[in-house]
Design a protein around this ligand. Sequence first.
Ligand code: PEP
Ligand code: MG
Length: 596
Amino acid sequence: MPESPQPPAEVVLKGVAGSPGVALGPAYELISGEIEVPCYTIPTDQVEAELARLDQAVLTTRDQLEELRTQVAKRLGDDEAMIFDAHILVLEDRAILEETSREIRTRLLNADYCYRAVSDRFLQAFSAMEDAFLRERATDIRDITRRLLGNLTGGRSSHNLGDHLKEKVVIVANDLTPSETAELPRDKVLAIVNDLGGKTSHAVIMARSLEVPAVVGLHEATSRIAPGDTILVDGYEGLVIVHPSEATLFRYGKLRRQKEQLRAIYEAVVSEPSETADGQPFVLEANVDGPMDTAKAHRRGARSVGLFRTEHLFLKGDQFPTEEEQYEAYRAVVTSMKPGSVVIRTLDLGGDKQTDNPVLPADEDNPFMGFRALRLCLAHPDLFKAQLRAILRASAHGSVRIMYPMVSHLAEVKRANALLEECRRELAAKGIPFDPTIPVGAMVEIPGAALILDLLAGSCDFFSIGTNDLLQYLLAVDRGNERVASLYNPAHPGFLRLMRTILTEGKRLGRPVGICGELAGDPLFAPLLLAWGATSLSASPGALPELKFTLRRTTRAGMAKLAAEVEASTCSEDVRRALRAHRDTLAVNPDDLPKT
Ligand code: PEP
Ligand code: MG
């Protein structure tokens, strides 16, 4: 009798818990950045067809580059658009194309493989050149190769993933970027699993806003998981289980039911008042990426938006949105939140939010400390003013506040306000309506800015603490680097002292200070932040029901006691012990859940 095949053994991979939830499904490996290039032989009579396929891909790529050049020239001017002329020259370089054709004919291998092999050789040669200008061309070759291979292979990039996928899958990637996450087909993704990344990488924040479980920082998920493998993703504990056994599936089935029961309990309070058990009101707001998130925000009980991350609009597709497109998106969010207010944050590109657009420098050594957010916008006033005008126009439809990200100097806020004033004048001259008293705020996410709130207060109506960045800059820990994820610890007494200082100083200056980083949505920390005077907490909609449930069980006395304990703690372990002990007094006891 033939032996029945053994089921594959279960493998457990441990990573960083990115977004809560449990999911089970087939793995789909997404090749980020690098396009997966197949290698296969072709019969001699297919050579001409293969060459024609290459020609067609070159033509398609050229069309895309010309379109990009036109768009960029329109928005940013001819100088910025010149980069695409260089790209077209590289694309049509006879040396690369002729050598590729020769390889196809002589080696009888597919066009994608031959093009990649030839471009790799050119890339190496250019990278090794003494001349800085010529070395720069290596970047052009890399960009063009990716784009052309994407067109040749129909690329397994996120760009056209929705068309490829027939079933729901778990995305397994090495380094899923925010722009790739933005393009994922929401209805086909069960969960996200990533080799790199930390709890507050932007791809992870987006996964939370999509409400799909995510585990990141796994180091070797892509090498340990084969496409099609059945995998179970536990976004609570940061585990990925490949080929889960019957016993594991049973255990997770129970966990899932328990979490669903808890969810129902939390969601039962979304329409209840936002006030503590002893009647102190608090404000919970939603973080959104665009109009697609507002229905979810309402369902989770949010009445206003504390952070609209506008970059999402700029990360999708090849081109930046026009002023008109931005206005439509901002207006849609503003009208759907009415009468609640919407804090629209100006563009925060850079850091881990990269695009191919030439306003962003390629290959910065330290992109998180580089040409990012407000710095980039002030260097591109046309781009910035188009956004400011779009926001001002949207302010005619509801309650809008403008917020600048990555403020480090007072002069930046003054310059941004001067550009805003120009926009006001331009709109007024054309009779276009806007809110003339629109409040302006600054994000407090750079320690240097946190220490000059008194100076900034003259130019700002409110502040909002971006804990994701503030923590990484204060502790010198890259928020997206899984190797140092354990050091990215908001319970660090130094970080908490700074949080308290900012909140106290805001009160002294008469400026509201909200919190919109991920910490605001953490039920463990939220009571502490309220105790120190946070005027609002803004979090991804999925986090709001549990947050409200928890805060509705707190009391002023309980929070004050917690704050005193934390202030007296000398290490992060003690801080966490105090936070957990307090949370345990508020949380649902699993034994109280109905048995299933
Ligand atoms: C933050 O830094 O906390 C923040 C809210 O901004 P982002 O996560 O988009 O950098
Ligand atoms: Mg930030």
